[in-house]
Structure formats: structure tokens, C-alpha cells
Design a protein around this ligand. Structure first.
Ligand code: SAM
Length: 329
């Protein structure tokens, strides 16, 4: 077992065959992995051909260190940048890439490392109400700066919290949860994952069988807000297309409907499809066809994959290819 073999079990890369096929990594070239994580997809790209190179981004310095350990065997063919992928153009302006991948969201390793404050359960055998982990309510992917989830929970108004939990968590009980947060924080600040998970259970007061833990949606909403996960997709997709060589491909994996809707719209815009509101009788979005859509409908993981890796369940893959520029363009 190599030094880094233990890392492969900590996050299973989603839709690996579909990602590789759409990137066409076997042709060689330089690829950008916008979301390195534990380096699973980067490793697949680097293994696909001795002529591939990967430049990878991640906001999380801890995962970069783990991925570097895993990918050390590729030497200078792999380079990691500790930054938000939304600043990729600042780092790579003027270069051209064969393919770009973004596998959005958090990694299983981040979710399963309780100290990071992304989740609330450590002991899966205990009843949910007795198994909450007590760790700081952090949730920042980049712990070198920015506000923690505890800051949001303790400082937003009841209305802001309700809107955030409804919009980013698609949680129908958002008002009840926000009210309970405000009541509880008046007694003492809410600082830990266990405090928040417990109060959500009490706010929802849902009896019987839980298909998903009642706090799941609230935690998702806070994580999205803390990391501004839904910001800037149109600009990011446009800049990724700028950096692609002709016939280069862009592949994006999303994990919830809010993300997928935004990516779908950004792809359509790049493909020259009007994204103006249906109620508007004229087009003002100024779209130009820069890419060809490779996935008219998003691709989903196979039943075999979701059985083996339940976290792949909500994945959707969209891909597009940069059109060659015609001489008169
Ligand atoms: C789903 S994981 C990637 C897993 C990886 N593809 C693999 O196979 O191991 C997503 C990673 O993207 C990082 N990330 C999320 N949003 C980011 C952003 N805006 N900029 C840079 N990294 C980001 C997270 O820290 C996390 O490590």
C-alpha cells in the first residue's frame, strides 16, 4: 500500500468514467481541476495518459495537503493552487487548456471530519437525537478567513435566517427553525454543531421515522451561505470557456437542484441560447454561440454507482465543448 492509498477510501470520486470520457483525457494535454478535494478525479486524469498535466484549485488547505501526498508520484505533471476556483482566470490568463472540471460542493472527507463543523453525527448506531457531535459550528472550506456558520446563526435576523434556510436548504419548516434559533441564542450563543442539530429537532418536532435527519437541510443551507457556493456561476463558466482551447471540454458535476439550475442556465448562455425571461418580448442577453452542449439533459450516475456510493445519488453531470473560432469571427 502506498503512503496515500488510505486516502482513496475517504472520498469516492463521482461519475469517474463519464467525467473522463467527456474530458477525453486520454488525448493528453493540460487540464484544470477546479475542485481538487482529495485528488480522485485529478488522479484519473493523470493516469489516463502520460501526456496529461493537471493544475488544480481548492479553497481548503488541508485537502490540498492530502491530495499532494496522493499525487506526489506524478511530479511536475501536477500543481495545486490554494484559492477559490472563481479566480482561475487571474492565475491562468493567457494560457489554453484541453479540459476543465468542476465537481462542486464539499468532499466526503470534509463532511466526515467532525472538527470541520459541516455535519452533526458521529455515532451512526445511536438514535439521531443522542448522536450529535459537539464541535464548533464552523463550515468554512477555507479556514484562513471569512465568517463561520456560528457567526451567521448568531447574527442574522429571524427573517434573514428563515429566508436563508428556505432558499438554500429548501426547508419548509424554515420559519419555525429560525424562530427557535432566535429564542435559543437569546439564552446563550449557539456555538456547536450539536446545539444547532438539537434545536432543529425540537423546532420541527417531527415524530416517527426520519428519511433524512431533520437538521440536514438547515446544515446544507448554512454551508452554502458560509462558502457563497452559489455566487458567480455565470462569470466562472464564461471565464472557463475563455481558457479552453478549441474543442476543449468543460465538465461540471452538481449535487443539488439550485446549483444545477444555475449551471444549466450558464451553459445555455454560452451555447448561444437566449436566457432572457420568457415574459420579455425581445432578447437583450447578448448571447453568442461559443460552445456546443454535449449533454442536452444532465447525465445521472448509474444505479450500480449510487448503490456503491450513496453520496453520488444527487449528482448531475453537464458538459460542453468549445467551438472552433471561424476566421471571420
Ligand atoms: C466534491 S469535492 C471534490 C472531490 C474530487 N473531485 C475528488 O475526486 O476527490 C469538492 C472540493 O471542492 C472544494 N471547493 C468547493 N468550492 C470551491 C471553490 N469555490 N473554490 C475552490 N475550491 C472549492 C472543496 O473544498 C472540496 O475539497
Amino acid at each position: 500500500m502506498s503512503n496515500a492509498a488510505h486516502l482513496t477510501g475517504l472520498h469516492t470520486s463521482v461519475m469517474p468514467n463519464e467525467v473522463l470520457a467527456h474530458l477525453d483525457a486520454a488525448r493528453g494535454g493540460t487540464f484544470i481541476d477546479c475542485t481538487l478535494g482529495l485528488g480522485g478525479h485529478s488522479e484519473l486524469i493523470l493516469d489516463a495518459s502520460p501526456d496529461t498535466r493537471v493544475i488544480a484549485f481548492d479553497r481548503d488547505a488541508e485537502v490540498i495537503a492530502l491530495a499532494q501526498e496522493r499525487l506526489v508520484r506524478f511530479g511536475e505533471r501536477f500543481r495545486a493552487i490554494h484559492d477559490d476556483y472563481r479566480s482561475l482566470k487571474q492565475h491562468l490568463e493567457g494560457q489554453q487548456f484541453t479540459g476543465i472540471l468542476a465537481d462542486l460542493g464539499v468532499s466526503s472527507w470534509q463532511l466526515d471530519t467532525p472538527e470541520r463543523g459541516f455535519s452533526f453525527r458521529t455515532n451512526s448506531l445511536a438514535p439521531p437525537s443522542q448522536s450529535h457531535s459537539t464541535f464548533p459550528l464552523d463550515m468554512r472550506m477555507d479556514r484562513s478567513g471569512g465568517q463561520t456558520a456560528a457567526h451567521f446563526v448568531n447574527s442574522l435576523s429571524e427573517r434573514e435566517l428563515a429566508d436563508l434556510i428556505f432558499e438554500y436548504g429548501e426547508e419548509r419548516a424554515s420559519r419555525r427553525i429560525a424562530r427557535r434559533i432566535v429564542q435559543e441564542r437569546a439564552k446563550a450563543p449557539i456555538e456547536t454543531t450539536a446545539q444547532l442539530a438539537d434545536l432543529v429537532i425540537r423546532a420541527i418536532n417531527q415524530k416517527g421515522y426520519w428519511r433524512i435527519h431533520p437538521a440536514t437541510r438547515t446544515f446544507q443551507a448554512l454551508r452554502i451561505a458560509v462558502n457563497r457556493e452559489l455566487d458567480g456561476f455565470p462569470q466562472f463558466i464564461a471565464e472557463a470557456v475563455d481558457l479552453l482551447a478549441e474543442n476543449g471540454t468543460l465538465v461540471v458535476l452538481t449535487f443539488h437542484s439550485l446549483e444545477d439550475r444555475l449551471i444549466k442556465q450558464a451553459f445555455r448562455f454560452q451555447a448561444g441560447q437566449c436566457v432572457c425571461p420568457a415574459s420579455q418580448p425581445f432578447c437583450s442577453c447578448g448571447t453568442q454561440p461559443r460552445v456546443e452542449l454535449l449533454t442536452r439533459k444532465a447525465l445521472l450516475p448509474s444505479n450500480e454507482e449510487t448503490a456503491a456510493n450513496p453520496r453520488a445519488r444527487s449528482a448531475k453531470l453537464r458538459a460542453c465543448r468549445k467551438r472552433p473560432t471561424r476566421p471571420e469571427e
